[in-house]
Ligand binder design. Structure first.
Ligand code: GDP
Ligand code: GDP
Length: 453
C-alpha cells in the first residue's frame, strides 16, 4: 500500500504544476467518469526515493452553488481518501474568499492538512505567506513548484513520517532484484503464494456481477472486511487446486444501492489494488467500446508491470455484425498490447467466465517462469546477430550477457559496454525479440541495461 496525498486549492495556485513535478509523467489518470466530475487527476509519484499516490483534486473554490456544489463535494471526497492533504495557496495573491471557503471545509475534516504557500520565487516568502497562519491550519510551508524549490524539504518533513505506516513508499536506491540470486529467491516466494487477482474496471462494466459469478461457483473461505471506503476486500478462494486471493474493488459485499456510484467506485482503491495484485483482470463493457478511461487504467496496469488479462463483458444478446464491429474496434485500439489474452464474456449469464482462469494461470505462469542465464544470453546473441546494435559516439555497443533480474514482471538484465546508450528503437527491437523467443503471454517484460561485465 502506498500513501495518498491530495492537492487541494482554488484554480491557478499551482496544483497541476506540483502534480506534474511529482509524477513526472503525462500518464495521469483523469477521473472524468460519469458521476465523478471535475478534472480530478491521479498519478503515481516517485520523488527522491519516496513513492506515493498523488491526487490533484481539481479547482474548488469552496463556495460553489447547486450542481457546482455537488461537484466540489466530490472533489472533497478525494480528501477523504487521502492520508495527507496539501492545501495550496498563492503567496503572491494572499488569502481570497475562495481560500477561506476551502479552509472552512478542511477544518471540518479529520485529516492532517498542511498549508503550502506556492510561488515564493522572487518574493519575500516569509512575509508574503505569514498571513496564511490566520487560516488556523497550522504551519505554512513555502515552495516554488514551477522551479522545484522547497518540494524536497516539504516531502521530507510531511511525507517521510508516514513511512512507518507505509513501508512500501520508500523506494530502494537500486531496483530490487537486480542480482540473479535475489531474482531466484523472489521466484521461490512467488511460486508458493496464492495468486492475487484484482478485478478492475470503470464503473458499471460488470465487476461486481463478475465477482459474484466467480464466487458463486467457488468455495469462499472467509471474507476480510475493509476498514475504509478506499480499501478493497480480499477474498481467498481456490480453483483447480490453485489458491487465489481475489481483490474485489467493486465492494461486492458492502453494496446496497446500485445507483451509488460515487460510494462504490474509487480510483485510489483501483490503483492500490493494481499495486497489490499479481494479475489484473481488466473488465471493459462491450457496449461502450474502449473508452479513454479504459485506456488510462490500462496504462496504469502496464506501468505497474502486473500480468494482465482482459475481459470484454456484456457479450450477451449482441447481433453478429455488432460483435464483428466491436472486435474490429478492439483490434484498432488495443493492438499495442498484443501479449494480453482477450476474453468475451457475459458475467450476467456466466458464459466465458470459467475460461478466464486459464488465462490468469497462464499469465501468472509467464510472469513466474524461471528463465536461465544461458537461454537469455543465447537469445540476446541471436538478436545481436540478426541486427547489429548501432554505433554510439563512433563505437559499436557490445552486449555481453543477460540474466534474470526479477519476476512478475520478468526483468532481463543485459550487461555490456555502452549498453545504457542504446537508442530506444533498438531497445524496443530487443524487447520484441525476447518476447517472441520466450513466448511470454499475459505479462509485460522489462529490460535493464548494466554497464560492464
Ligand atoms: P492549478 O490551476 O492550481 O492547477 O495551477 P497551475 O499549476 O495550472 O498553475 C497556474 C499558474 O501558476 C501557471 O501559469 C503556472 O506556471 C504558475 N505557477 C505555478 N507554480 C509557480 C511557481 O512556483 N512560481 C511562479 N512564479 N508561478 C507558478
Ligand atoms: P460494476 O460497477 O463494474 O461493479 O458493475 P455491475 O456489476 O454493478 O454491473 C452494472 C450493470 O451492468 C448492472 O445493471 C448489471 O446487471 C449489468 N451487467 C453486468 N454484467 C452484465 C453482462 O454480462 N451482460 C449484461 N447484459 N449486463 C450486465
Amino acid at each position: 500500500m502506498l500513501p495518498v496525498v491530495a492537492l487541494v486549492g482554488r484554480p491557478n495556485v499551482g496544483k497541476s504544476t506540483l502534480f506534474n513535478r511529482l509524477t513526472r509523467t503525462r500518464d495521469a489518470l483523469v477521473a472524468d467518469f460519469p458521476g465523478l466530475t471535475r478534472d480530478r487527476k491521479y498519478g503515481q509519484a516517485n520523488y527522491e526515493g519516496m513513492q506515493f499516490i498523488v491526487v490533484d483534486t481539481g479547482g474548488i473554490s469552496g463556495d460553489e452553488q447547486g450542481i457546482d456544489a455537488e461537484m466540489a463535494q466530490q472533489s472533497l471526497l478525494a480528501v477523504e481518501e487521502a492520508d495527507l492533504v496539501l492545501f495550496l495557496l498563492d503567496a503572491r495573491t494572499g488569502i481570497t474568499a475562495a481560500d477561506q471557503g476551502i479552509a472552512r471545509h478542511l477544518r471540518l475534516q479529520n485529516k492532517p492538512v498542511h498549508i503550502v504557500a506556492n510561488k515564493v520565487d522572487g518574493i519575500d516568502g516569509d512575509s508574503e505567506s505569514a498571513e496564511f497562519y490566520a487560516l488556523a491550519l497550522g504551519e505554512v510551508h513555502q515552495i516554488a513548484a514551477a522551479h522545484g524549490r522547497g518540494i524536497s524539504q516539504l516531502l521530507q518533513n510531511l511525507l517521510y513520517p508516514l513511512s512507518e505506516t507505509f513501508p512500501d513508499m520508500i523506494a530502494p536506491d537500486e531496483p530490487v532484484n537486480h542480482e540473479e540470486e535475489d531474482a531466484e529467491a523472489q521466484l521461490k516466494r512467488l511460486q508458493d503464494l496464492p495468486i492475487k487477482l484484482a478485478i478492475v474496471g470503470k464503473p458499471n462494466v460488470g465487476k461486481s456481477t463478475l465477482t459474484n459469478r466467480i464466487l458463486g461457483e467457488e468455495r469462499v473461505v472467509v471474507y476480510d472486511q475493509p476498514g475504509t471506503t478506499r480499501d478493497s476486500v480480499f477474498i481467498p478462494m481456490s480453483r483447480d487446486d490453485r489458491e487465489y486471493i481475489l481483490i474485489d474493488t467493486a465492494g461486492v459485499r458492502k453494496r446496497r444501492k446500485v445507483s451509488d456510484m460515487v460510494e462504490k467506485f474509487s480510483i485510489v482503491k483501483t490503483l492500490q489494488a493494481i499495486e497489490e495484485a499479481n494479475v489484473v483482470l481488466l473488465v471493459v463493457d462491450a457496449r461502450e467500446g474502449i473508452t479513454d478511461q479504459d485506456l488510462s487504467l490500462l496504462s496504469f496496469v502496464l506501468n505497474s508491470g502486473r500480468s494482465l488479462v482482459m475481459a470484454v463483458n456484456k457479450w450477451d444478446g449482441l447481433d453478429t455484425d455488432v460483435k464483428d464491429e466491436i472486435k474490429r474496434e478492439l483490434d484498432r485500439r488495443l493492438g499495442f498490447i498484443d501479449f494480453a489474452r482477450l476474453h468475451f464474456i457475459s458475467a450476467l449469464h456466466g458464459s466465458g467466465v470459467g475460461n478466464l482462469f486459464e488465462s490468469v494461470q497462464e499469465a501468472y505462469g509467464s510472469a513466474t517462469r524461471r528463465i536461465n542465464t544461458s537461454i537469455l544470453t543465447r537469445i540476446m546473441e541471436m538478436a545481436q546477430d540478426d541486427h547489429q546494435p548501432p554505433l554510439v559516439r563512433g563505437r559499436r555497443v557490445k552486449m555481453k550477457y543477460a540474466h534474470a533480474g526479477g519476476y512478475n514482471p520478468p526483468v532481463i538484465v543485459i550487461h555490456g559496454n555502452q549498453v545504457e546508450d542504446l537508442p530506444d528503437a533498438y531497445k524496443r527491437y530487443l524487447m520484441n525479440y525476447f518476447r517472441k523467443s520466450l513466448k511470454v503471454m499475459g505479462t509485460p517484460i522489462r529490460i535493464e541495461f548494466k554497464e560492464g561485465a
